[in-house]
Design a protein around this ligand. Structure first.
Ligand code: FAD
Length: 461
């Protein structure tokens, strides 16, 4: 007798079909009863607890092609995991097929051409280490355990954004498995419309099996943080906004309300100058000269040390609930609301970040990539983060109340990679004027919405 597995979307899956699928894979196919299933379904945000019917741990593009075909043929919901850091937890689903790319770790740096190819299971700390061996880097996320895949396909803000734009501005080409089961190479000259969509809305258009990036010479940077106590945060943030709008491209500076390990609430002005160190000293002099900081750690450091500066605060396994919005100006009212709310924060791991995007980022046209919000310098993100699930209600309430207070002082625009499950309007807000073109491309590349477990652009055909 053939054993059958219930899945809501497909009705049943028989053992023979599952067995044949498993044999097609170079990687592993995991069922709930298999060793390794539980670790494989876990993602960074411990609030997400979903149980796929099957997990395909892919070893290469052929496995991804087989997995997409299997999901399509059996009508299975399909979730795609890169680094698993997405706060919304879209990398894992209940009952369907989880396509786990995390075993795909290849990285090849070409130091002469200053390019790198990397597979979608690579994390930023891995990518940075390989590129840094040649004194090179691309724009990467500021926490090393974040995946290159989801971050690149949604945007990619980092310490080099002022100088080199978003990560997706440094994407030269991508290999993509599309909904109809092809492997396409997308670049400025091949499937250029798909390449446009991948740069900001990538998760909706296929599964990227290889990324090719432009690298830049980045060895030692001038980086670190200047720290002021929360009771001086209003003045520090007013100073910061003036400083940040006048920064050269080489300098990118975030302001973050956070709590030190000893319980002291602070505002940290975290900064990275990627250029000649003497020019960096001059550019940073006003920041270092402002007020009487509790600490000033700015020094010449390897770029990889800069990239490791704040990652320790974001371990796997905590509860996370975020809300965010973009803004082109930091008003006095926004500062007052953020500082006032942070004074009542229920978790010492929670932060409010003002992530700075300017310079090269702002010189890309709004319609040049699917990422739309080039005129908005700051991503204001309320990063709710706590350890004990028993505290969920209290922390979620605080994040929502804080967002309610900040929202009138933010634009409608939002960064797609910050979104939780916030509904279709927020997805439209993420793409602004580019949303209509994305719907037209979704109609063409994925009319049945096979790739829908993401911040979804719904087809209209
Ligand atoms: C601690 C922390 C720090 C962060 N820091 C930054 C930062 O500095 N800068 C920044 O811009 N963002 C940052 N982010 C946000 C980050 O960009 C997103 O969480 C991003 O989605 C992470 O990518 P991932 O591959 O790890 O996530 P996943 O959860 O694996 O994937 C996220 C989405 O992308 C899809 N996806 C993944 N891989 C592929 C693929 N190969 N092809 C198609 N779709 C795919 C998934 O299905 C999912 O919908 C941070 C997030 C966290 C949790």
């Amino acid at each position: 007798m053939i054993a059958q597995h219930q899945t809501p979307a497909s009705g049943t899956l028989d053992d023979d079909a599952i067995g044949a699928f498993g044999e097609r894979l170079r990687g592993q196919l995991l069922r709930p009863e298999d060793a390794g299933y539980d670790p494989a379904r876990q993602v960074w945000n411990a609030m997400i607890d979903r149980r796929p019917a099957l997990i395909a741990r892919c070893a290469g593009a052929s496995d991804v092609l087989a997995a997409v075909a299997f999901a399509r043929e059996h009508g299975l919901p399909l979730a795609v995991r890169g680094g698993g850091h997405g706060v919304a937890g879209k990398a894992v689903c209940d009952d369907g097929l989880m396509i786990d790319l995390s075993p795909m770790k290849g990285i090849r740096v070409d130091p002469v051409a200053r390019t790198a190819r990397a597979e979608p299971g690579v994390l930023w700390e891995e990518f940075d280490q390989e590129a840094h061996a040649f004194g090179l880097a691309t724009v990467g996320g500021v926490v090393g355990t974040t995946g290159i895949a989801g971050l690149t396909l949604g945007g990619g803000q980092g310490w080099l954004t002022g100088k080199h734009g978003l990560t997706l501005d440094n994407l030269l080409a991508a290999d993509v498995v599309t909904a109809d089961g092809q492997l396409l190479r997308a670049s400025a000259t091949e499937h250029a419309d798909l390449f446009w969509a991948l740069r900001g809305a990538g998760a909706n258009f296929g599964i990227v099996t290889s990324f090719e990036y432009q690298l830049h010479p980045v060895g030692t940077v001038l980086g670190g943080m200047v720290v002021h106590p929360l009771d001086r945060a209003v003045d520090a943030l007013r100073f910061y906004r003036g400083f940040a709008v006048a920064q050269p491209d080489e300098l990118t500076t975030y302001a973050v309300l956070l709590t030190m390990p000893d319980g002291t609430p602070i505002v940290a002005l975290i900064t990275c100058y990627a250029g000649p160190l003497d020019a960096g000293e001059r550019a940073l002099a006003p920041l270092r000269g402002f007020g009487t900081p509790l600490a000033d750690t700015i020094a010449p450091i390897p770029y990889t040390t800069m990239q490791a500066l704040i990652g320790g605060g974001y371990p796997h396994g905590r509860q996370n609930y975020w809300k965010s919005g973009l803004t082109g100006t930091i008003s006095d009212d926004l500062i007052a609301a953020a500082v006032e709310h942070y004074g009542r924060v229920p978790s010492p791991f929670t932060a409010i970040a003002f992530a700075d995007c300017h310079g090269a980022y702002a010189r890309v046209g709004r319609g040049d990539t699917a990422y739309a919000h080039r005129d908005l310098q700051w991503d204001v993100n309320i990063l709710g983060n706590w350890a004990d699930p028993a505290d969920n209600d209290r922390n979620i309430r605080w994040v929502r109340a804080c967002h309610d207070a900040l929202e009138p002082h933010l634009s409608h625009g939002v960064y797609v990679n910050d979104l939780g499950d916030e509904g279709g309007q927020r997805v439209r807000d993420a793409y602004g004027a580019n949303h209509a073109r994305l719907v037209a491309l979704k109609n063409r590349y994925d009319p049945t919405n096979l790739f829908r477990l993401n911040q979804n652009i719904e087809p209209t055909v």
